[in-house]
Design a protein around this ligand. Structure first.
Ligand code: MOS
Length: 698
C-alpha cells in the first residue's frame, strides 16, 4: 500500500441531498446537446446518422443528391470523403473509412444540416446502395471459440480440482441450462455530443462516463495529441456502462466537426439508433452443474457459459466468473465460449458477467436447495468459503452470511414453507425467493487530483471524474472534506472536464473509490506541503499508484436479495410485491445517494427479471425491439410497494482510505434470480430463461 492513509469519517456517512439536484430538477443543468452561446456553442449544425441497411456487405454508392437538395442541408459525409483515421484497429470506432458493412445499423453516412428537422429528413433521403453478402446473426448456427480472455481481464477457462471425481457418487446433482436475453441500456439521456473543430483542437460536450477515456481513445485515432481533444461532461443523464467506452456516435460527431471546421455540430443519437450503436448486453447461455452432499454442501461446481460477440470487435461477457469465487467446493470448472456474429458490438451493461452469471448460479442454488430439502438461506451459509476459492487469498471482509441472516430477519423469511404453491391470496399465488449477490472491488490506478487553497478557508478540488447521475459530485465533496478536515461547504469541487487532472471511468463500481482515493492522497500531500492554515493560491497535485491491498486480499462486496412475487393464477401476470437487499459494501459515504443507487440496481434487476427482452431477427441481423414500446423496461408502476435496502455498519480500509467500496453495480446482481426463485415458490414452475413472463405460468 502506498499513497493515501485512512481518514476519520466526520462528513462521510452523513446523508446529503445531491448538490446538483436543484439545477437538475429545474432544468438548469445542461446536457450534451443543450449548451448554447453562454458556453460558446453558437449556431450549431445538426448531425444525423444514416445506418447500413444490411448486416454484411459493401457500400457501392451513397446517393445524397435528394438529401442535399433539402433546405438547410449542408453536407452528407461518407467513407469517400471523411477525415482519414490514423488507426482503424478498433473496428467499432473506425467508421466512414472504407466500404465494409459489419452490421446492420452501422454508421455509413452522416448528414449535416442547419436544423435537426432538415437533418432528420435528409437522412431519410440518403440512398445507400449496397452489395449484400451472406451474414450470420444466429448464435445457434455459429461456431464457438475461446477468446484469449473475457471482459475485465478474467481468464477464459478456470479449473480447480477434479469435477468428475468430485461429482462421482454425489448424492444430489442439479444440472440445467440458464439463459439471459439481449439487454439494452436505456439511460434517460440517449448518447449525445456537441463537437467543434477549429483546425487545432477538437472540443466535445459529451454524454460519457469518462471524459479522459474519450480523449485518450479518439485522439490517436484522429491523429491528434491527446491535449488537443477537450472533452467535457458536466451532467450526464445515466449510462449504466453504455457510456463507459466511446462508441461510434462519438467518432461520427468528431468526423462531422472536422468536416465543418469552425462550426459546432450537435449529434443526438435516437432511442432507436441506440439499439445498434451504443453497446448492449449479449445473450448468454449457461450450463450449470452443482454436485452436493445430501446436506447441500457442494462437491463440484461447473459453469460453462456461451455468449455472442461481434465479428468487427470482440466482447466476451465474463458470465462464469462469479462461479469461481462465490461458494466453497473442492472442485470446479468454468469456461467461456463466444460466437462472432455479423451484429452490432456488445459492450458493458451494469454488472457485465455478474448479472447473467448470478442469474444462472443463484437459480441453480435454489434448485439445489429444493433437491436437498435445505432452506435456501441455510444452503448458502453451508457453502461459505473461508478464503477466496479462486485466488486462495483471505477475504478483505466477506460478510455474506450476515447479509443473508440480517436480510432474512428484515424481510421476514423464517417460517416460509419449503413447498411451492402454498400461499394463495385471492387469485394470486404468492411466493418468496432469495439470492446472493457479489461484486468485485475494482480500483483503477492513475487518477490524479489537484487541490488549491482559496480565501476564507476554502479549497478548490479538481479531478476529471464524471457524475453520471450517481451523486459522485456530492460524495467526492464529502470525501474531500474529511481528508482536509474541513466542513463540506469549504470544498469547491470541479469535475467533468479533461482540462482537470486525469481520472478513470465512472464504471466497474470503481469511480468513487478510485477518484476518492486520489483526492485523499492529494489532500494529505497538500497538508504535508502547506500545513493546515494555507494562504490562498497554494496547490498540490498527485497521481495515485496503489491503494487497495489487492495483492494480499480478495476484495469483494456481498449482498442478499429477498423477493416476494405474486402470480395471477388465471392470467399468469407476474408482480414483484416486495424486494429487499441487504449489503456489505464498506462504509457508506452518503446514505441518501447510496440508497438511490441500490434502489436503482434492484429495480434494474427487476426490469431484467420481468421485462427486458431484446429480440434480434437473424434473417436481417438487427434488433427488432428497437424502442421502448417493444423493449420494455420497468416503469414506476412496476416498482414494488415494499422496496427496501439496508447495509451493514462497517468500514473497509483495505479498499479505500475512507472505508467505502463501490455500490454502482451490486444491486443488479442476483436480483433476477431472487425474483425467479420467488416465482417458482409461488407457482411450482421453474423459469430458467429471463425474462419471467406471464406465458410461463398459464
Ligand atoms: Mo459499469 S457496466 O462498469 O459502467
Amino acid at each position: 500500500m502506498s499513497g493515501a492513509r485512512p481518514v476519520t469519517a466526520r462528513e462521510v456517512g452523513r446523508p446529503r441531498a445531491r448538490v446538483d439536484g436543484p439545477l437538475k430538477v429545474t432544468g438548469h443543468a445542461l446536457y450534451a446537446v443543450e449548451h448554447g452561446s453562454d458556453e460558446g456553442v453558437t449556431d450549431p449544425l445538426t448531425a444525423w446518422l444514416v445506418g447500413a441497411p444490411v448486416a454484411r456487405g459493401r457500400v457501392v454508392r451513397i446517393d445524397a443528391t435528394e438529401a442535399l437538395a433539402g433546405d438547410g442541408v449542408v453536407a452528407v459525409l461518407d467513407h469517400t470523403g471523411a477525415h482519414r483515421l490514423e488507426s482503424v484497429d478498433d473496428g467499432e470506432l473506425a467508421i466512414l473509412q472504407d466500404d465494409r458493412i459489419h452490421y446492420r445499423g452501422q454508421v455509413v453516412a452522416v448528414v449535416l444540416a442547419e436544423t435537426s428537422e432538415a437533418a432528420r429528413e435528409a437522412a431519410r433521403l440518403v440512398h445507400v446502395h449496397v452489395d449484400a453478402e451472406p451474414h450470420e446473426a444466429d448464435l445457434d448456427a455459429a461456431d464457438l471459440y475461446a477468446p484469449e480472455q473475457v471482459n475485465a481481464g478474467h481468464e477464459t477457462d478456470w479449473d480447480d480440482g477434479d469435477v468428475a471425481a468430485g461429482s462421482t457418487g454425489a448424492a444430489v446433482v442439479v444440472e440445467h441450462e440458464y439463459r439471459t436475453p439481449f439487454e439494452h441500456n436505456s439511460p434517460m439521456e440517449p448518447h449525445a455530443a456537441s463537437a467543434h473543430w477549429d483546425g487545432e483542437t477538437l472540443t466535445l460536450w459529451d454524454s460519457t462516463q469518462a471524459v479522459h477515456g474519450v480523449a485518450k481513445t479518439l485522439a490517436p485515432m484522429l491523429g491528434l495529441d491527446v491535449e488537443r481533444v477537450r472533452v467535457r461532461a458536466p451532467y450526464v443523464g445515466g449510462g449504466f456502462g453504455s457510456k463507459g467506452l466511446p462508441h461510434s456516435p462519438e467518432m461520427a460527431v468528431a468526423l462531422a466537426a472536422m468536416a465543418a471546421p469552425g462550426r459546432w455540430v450537435r449529434l443526438a443519437v435516437t432511442r432507436q439508433q441506440m439499439f445498434a450503436l451504443t453497446g448492449y448486453r449479449t445473450e448468454t447461455r449457461s450450463r450449470v452443474r452443482l454436485a452436493a452432499e445430501p446436506d447441500g454442501r457442494l462437491l463440484a461446481v461447473e459453469h460453462h457459459a456461451v455468449s455472442q460477440s461481434s465479428r468487427v470487435k470482440e466482447f466476451a461477457e465474463q458470465t462464469a466468473s462469479i462461479a469461481r469465487m462465490m461458494y466453497a467446493a473442492p472442485a470446479r470448472s468454468t469456461t467461456h465460449r463466444i460466437a462472432a456474429l455479423d451484429v452490432a458490438v456488445p459492450s458493458w451493461m451494469r454488472a457485465p458477467g455478474e448479472m447473467p452469471g448470478a442469474f444462472a448460479q443463484e437459480v441453480a442454488m435454489d434448485e439445489l436447495a429444493v433437491a436437498c430439502g435445505v432452506d435456501p438461506v441455510d444452503l448458502r451459509v453451508r457453502n461459505e468459503p473461508a478464503t477466496d476459492p479462486e485466488t486462495g487469498k483471505p477475504w478483505n471482509d466477506r460478510r455474506l452470511v450476515e447479509c443473508l441472516e440480517q436480510g432474512a430477519a428484515r424481510f421476514g423469511w423464517s417460517g416460509r414453507a419449503a413447498e411451492p404453491r402454498t400461499v394463495v391470496d385471492g387469485d394470486w399465488l404468492v411466493g418468496t425467493g432469495v439470492a446472493a449477490a457479489t461484486y468485485p472491488t475494482l480500483w483503477m490506478p492513475g487518477n490524479a487530483a489537484r487541490i488549491e487553497s482559496r480565501a476564507g478557508g476554502r479549497y478548490a478540488v479538481s479531478i476529471g471524474a464524471v457524475d453520471i447521475g450517481t451523486g459522485a459530485r456530492t460524495v467526492l465533496g464529502q470525501i474531500a472534506a474529511d481528508a482536509l478536515e474541513v466542513d463540506v461547504d469549504a470544498i469547491v469541487l470541479a469535475i467533468g472536464d479533461t482540462s482537470l487532472p486525469a481520472a478513470t471511468v465512472a464504471g466497474g463500481s470503481a469511480g468513487t473509490g478510485s477518484w476518492g482515493t486520489a483526492i485523499v492522497q492529494t489532500a494529505q500531500q497538500f497538508r504535508a506541503d502547506h500545513g493546515t492554515d494555507p494562504v490562498p493560491g497554494l496547490h498540490t497535485q498527485t497521481t495515485t499508484e496503489a491503494y487497495p491491498d489487492m495483492e494480499g486480499h480478495a476484495l469483494h462486496s456481498f449482498g442478499a436479495v429477498f423477493a416476494e412475487v405474486r402470480v395471477d393464477r388465471w392470467t399468469g401476470e407476474v408482480r414483484c410485491s416486495r424486494l429487499h437487499g441487504t449489503y456489505s459494501v464498506g462504509r457508506v459515504v452518503n446514505p441518501t445517494t447510496a440508497r438511490s443507487q441500490l434502489y436503482g440496481g434492484l429495480l434494474m434487476g427487476l426490469s431484467g427479471a420481468l421485462h427486458e427482452d431484446g429480440v434480434r431477427d437473424p434473417r436481417f441481423g438487427h434488433v427488432v425491439t428497437q424502442d421502448l414500446a417493444s423493449y420494455h423496461v420497468a416503469a414506476h408502476a412496476d416498482v414494488p410497494p415494499d422496496l427496501d435496502v439496508a447495509w451493514l455498519e462497517e468500514s473497509d480500509e483495505l479498499a479505500t482510505p475512507y472505508g467505502g467500496r463501490g455500490i454502482g453495480e451490486i444491486g443488479i446482481v442476483g436480483t433476477a434470480a431472487a425474483i425467479a426463485n420467488a416465482a417458482w415458490h409461488a407457482t411450482g414452475v421453474r423459469v430458467r430463461a429471463l425474462p419471467v413472463t406471464a406465458d410461463r405460468f398459464v
